[in-house]
Design a protein around this ligand. Structure first.
Ligand code: PLP
Length: 354
């Protein structure tokens, strides 16, 4: 039973079936000039209630790096949380694709940037000074790397600061579905209506095999994007297979139902674990990730039982990260909690007869 990441999850059967169907459908025009891609573009416009430029790519890193390249020049500064995936886990791809823009950390509690902190940093950023990188963009992760979520109001407050200083706003939405499932608002309210200019819209972590979309809400950003994607190696000749995945992902509200399931599994883990004496959440659980300090010996016991998860931070602190997904089996969560209680020396909860 593996709680290392939502990247360990399989793929949703409806998405695999759509892929097989597209594969058997005969010839189709290449490089996005196919019916699947056109349908996905129309569907995104419907879901987001606006005209939007849609560029499918296969990885979240490509989506982020290409989106940031559309927002920041080579001499630009991109403000993000120090723990942001773009800053820590993309091997310098945003710097490469922008031609050298600098990522500047704006720290904040629970993996999030606060508008006031962004304002404070921008006030002394050296805009117009030829010796300094020039403020160009802000990048937020939704949900964040700490499993927390920006409300539309928080996003709008950041967007207002960004706009006042002439910066664009990018959102890394590798887990946008998980964030939306918690917020309960519309995709529009969580994005362009709150001032987001570019969204990396993830599907892979929530059931696709490999499909992400860059959504650009400002037509000017889209102008050169096709060339950026081609140069970045993400213009797929058989684009219909990315589109078939994304189309099946967006069909109906299953993508949100799947994210709600993942989030519910994370909450169940959090509730069960925080009932152990001495256990403590490191961050509020608002999406599909749980960061928790476990009582001494519990993490080692669970590992010896064969459960997989990552230690978090200093191993001596006993903190771990648990990630759930669209296909997390509730029985696996129950087994994990039973084992955690056993290792903590806590009796199993009594189940009242109905
Ligand atoms: C916050 C965040 N953004 C983006 C990504 C996408 O990364 P990849 O390039 O591995 O698809 C990930 C993957 O773990 C992530 O956690």
């Amino acid at each position: 039973m593996n709680f290392c990441s939502d990247n360990v999850a399989g793929a949703a059967p409806r998405i695999v079936a759509a892929l097989a169907e597209a594969a058997a459908a005969g010839p189709a025009m290449p490089y996005g000039a196919d019916a699947w891609t056109q349908a996905v573009e129309a569907r995104f416009a419907e879901i987001f209630e606006t005209e939007v430029a849609v560029f499918l790519v296969a990885t979240g890193t490509a989506a982020n790096a290409l989106a940031l390249a559309a927002l920041a020049p080579a001499w630009g500064a991109v403000y993000c949380h120090p723990a942001a995936h773009v800053n820590v886990d993309e091997c310098g791809a945003p710097e490469l694709f922008t031609g050298g823009a600098k990522l500047v950390g704006v720290d904040g509690a629970d993996g999030k940037i606060a508008a006031a902190d962004l304002e404070r940093v921008l006030a002394t950023a050296g805009a117009g000074v030829q010796h300094h990188v020039q403020p160009a963009a802000v990048s937020l992760s939704q949900a964040s790397e700490s499993g927390t979520v920006y409300t539309p109001e928080e996003t709008a407050a950041i967007a207002a600061v960004a706009r006042a200083h002439g910066l664009g706003l990018h959102v890394d939405g590798a887990r946008f579905a998980n964030a939306l499932a918690t917020l309960g608002c519309s995709p529009a309210e969580a994005s362009w209506r709150a001032g987001v200019d570019a969204l990396s819209f993830g599907a892979t972590k929530n059931g696709a095999l490999a499909a992400e979309a860059v959504l650009l809400f400002q037509p000017a950003l889209a102008r050169d994007f096709a060339y950026r994607r081609k140069r970045g190696g993400h213009l797929f000749s058989k684009m219909r297979f990315l589109a078939a995945q994304m189309g099946a992902y967006l069909d109906g509200d299953q993508w949100l139902a799947d994210a709600r399931h993942a989030n519910a599994m994370a909450r169940a883990l959090a509730e069960g674990l925080t009932a152990l004496p001495g256990a403590r959440l490191l961050h509020p659980v608002q999406a599909n990730e749980v960061f928790v300090t476990l009582p001494p010996g519990v993490a080692d016991g669970l590992t010896a039982d064969g459960f997989r998860f990552y230690p978090w931070g200093n191993p001596a602190d006993g903190a771990v990260r648990l990630v759930t997904a669209f296909d997390t089996d509730p029985a696996h969560v129950a087994a994990f909690l039973d084992a955690a209680r056993r290792h903590a020396g806590v009796p199993a909860p009594t189940v009242r007869a109905g």
